[in-house]
Design a protein around this ligand. Structure first.
Ligand SMILES: Cc1ncc(COP(=O)(O)O)c(C=O)c1O
Length: 459
């Protein structure tokens, strides 16, 4: 293959192989997931949906065999329909949902579609403040949704947990239509039952239905494996997620809904929670997206199949074990963690308080030794998005490679050495003065990484 792109792909593969990935939203997919993504399904156009009424009771044999009618705008759908039905059925089984839409191209698209399905312009949404761990798509002023809907933000308290009292007060003083629990940097397990009670109180006060939405992009894999509670079991109506983080599938989005499954071709029903599955399907296509990416949907189906296996439960347990052990090892070495630890896969470190340095400097220095994480704002961070004082890291990817608690101790050791170098230099431009020390650490990281091959190295 002569195109320079393939040389760059191979360099990226080397980078991944020789380094250790600590970005909590990244993972390494299996060879099978990669294969499905790089398949001929990318040649196919399939606007619309396969029919799915009745399939929840079906087994995989039936779904993969039976040719049923569809709601598509093109011919030649005989295989993609069955693949998409398998993806829907597996997603419903994984998350105990009534219905799944597997077409969102990303997590941001999934959120956008839910807003579009349920809200009218100007409606109020209660969501976690970005500065406290929420995601850009939960109301950051730089997003399109923030121009259309009116987001009100709740925060976290000094223990790093959601401030449920503040959430309740805001829900009772603002006529909200949607309450959202979701985050990109939050280390506790949300009290979903408490949020559902707040929704009930707010519904009684405002006299209309309020959609309870969970954006579980980060912890979806933990939920699928049963090591984190499932919000759909606590009265949440909808759960959005990405498919590429702890869930270990291809880059993409997924929406799980509770309610009556129906034909997306019929007239749009009135806004009512019982019809959420149809409202969401219509909001994804044609509401906010065009044709689905069937090669990615096939890869999602493969990843969901992997997540349904017993081995995935062990994997998810190990992610949490590794994260809590890494958090303890870091604390022993003087790192100050937001919330003083973690209950999931994610750790947020206050680098200013720990070593008097910025998150960005530390991110750059760790890059030089083959450890990848990202600078991240802390609750109330004065550095803002461009000079944040924290870093965020997690264990889903290193756990996929097979690292265990023993290796977490080595990771913490290297992280301390690099933090000390950063504290001495104080600025990125002077890191090269320490290139000898950094190179030595890089050699050690590379040696460890090469002992734990990528799961997809052989294709
Ligand atoms: C909580 C949450 N929601 C949504 C998204 C957006 O996902 P994507 O980048 O696939 O659009 C992310 C990704 O970082 C996320 O963490």
């Amino acid at each position: 293959m002569s195109d320079v792109v393939f040389r760059l792909i191979s360099e990226e593969e080397k980078r991944q192989r020789e380094g250790l990935e600590l970005i909590p939203s990244e993972n390494y997919v299996s060879a099978e997931v990669l294969k499905a993504m790089g398949s001929v399904l990318t040649n196919k156009y399939c606007e619309g949906y396969p029919s799915f009424e009745g399939i929840p009771g079906w087994g995989e044999d039936e779904i993969s065999r039976e040719v049923l009618p569809n709601y598509r705008y093109y011919g030649g759908q005989i295989n993609v329909d069955r693949i998409e039905r398998l993806a829907i059925s597996r997603a419903c089984r994984l998350f105990e949902a009534d219905h799944a839409n597997v077409q969102p191209h990303s997590g941001a698209n999934a959120n956008e579609a839910v807003y579009y399905a349920w809200l009218s312009p100007g409606d109020k949404v209660l969501a976690m403040d970005l500065g406290h761990g929420g995601h850009l798509t939960h109301g950051s002023p730089v997003t399109r949704s923030a121009h259309i809907y009116d987001f009100v933000g709740y925060g976290t308290n000094e223990t790093g947990d959601i401030d449920y009292e503040e959430m309740r007060e805001l829900a009772l003083s603002n006529d909200v239509r949607l309450i959202l629990v979701g985050y990109s940097a939050f280390m506790k397990v949300p009290d979903f039952a408490r949020v559902a009670k707040i929704r009930d109180e707010a519904e009684a006060k405002w006299g209309h239905e309020i959609l309870l939405m969970a954006d579980m992009a980060h912890v979806a894999g933990l939920i699928a494996a049963g090591v984190h509670p499932n919000p759909l079991k606590f009265g949440f109506n909808v759960m959005t997620t990405t498919t590429h983080k702890t869930l270990r599938g291809p880059r993409g989005g997924l929406i799980l809904t509770m309610g009556r499954v129906g034909s997306p071709l019929k007239k749009t029903p009135e806004r009512s929670l019982k019809d959420l599955p149809v409202l969401v399907d219509k909001a994804v296509f044609p509401g906010t997206q065009g044709g689905p990416l069937e090669h990615v949907i096939a890869a999602k189906a493969v990843a969901f199949g992997e997540a349904l296996r017993p081995e995935f439960k062990d994997y998810a347990k190990k992610i949490v074990e590794n994260a809590s052990s890494l958090a303890e090892e870091l604390k022993k070495r003087g790192f100050k963690l937001v919330g003083d630890g973690t209950e999931n896969h994610l750790i947020l470190i206050d680098m200013k308080k720990s070593f008097g340095i910025t998150g960005k400097l530390y991110e750059k220095a760790l890059d030089m030794v083959g450890l990848t994480l990202n600078a991240n704002s802390l609750p109330g961070d004065k550095g803002g998005a461009f000079r944040p004082n924290g870093v965020r890291l997690g264990t889903p990817a290193v756990t996929t490679r097979g690292l265990g608690v023993k290796e977490m101790e080595r990771l913490a050791g290297w992280m301390l050495e690099v933090a000390k170098i950063c504290a001495e230099t104080g600025e990125e431009g002077r890191l090269s003065e320490y290139s000898g020390q950094l190179e030595k650490i890089h050699d050690e990281v590379r040696e460890l990484a090469l002992n734990y091959p990528l799961p997809n190295e052989d294709i």
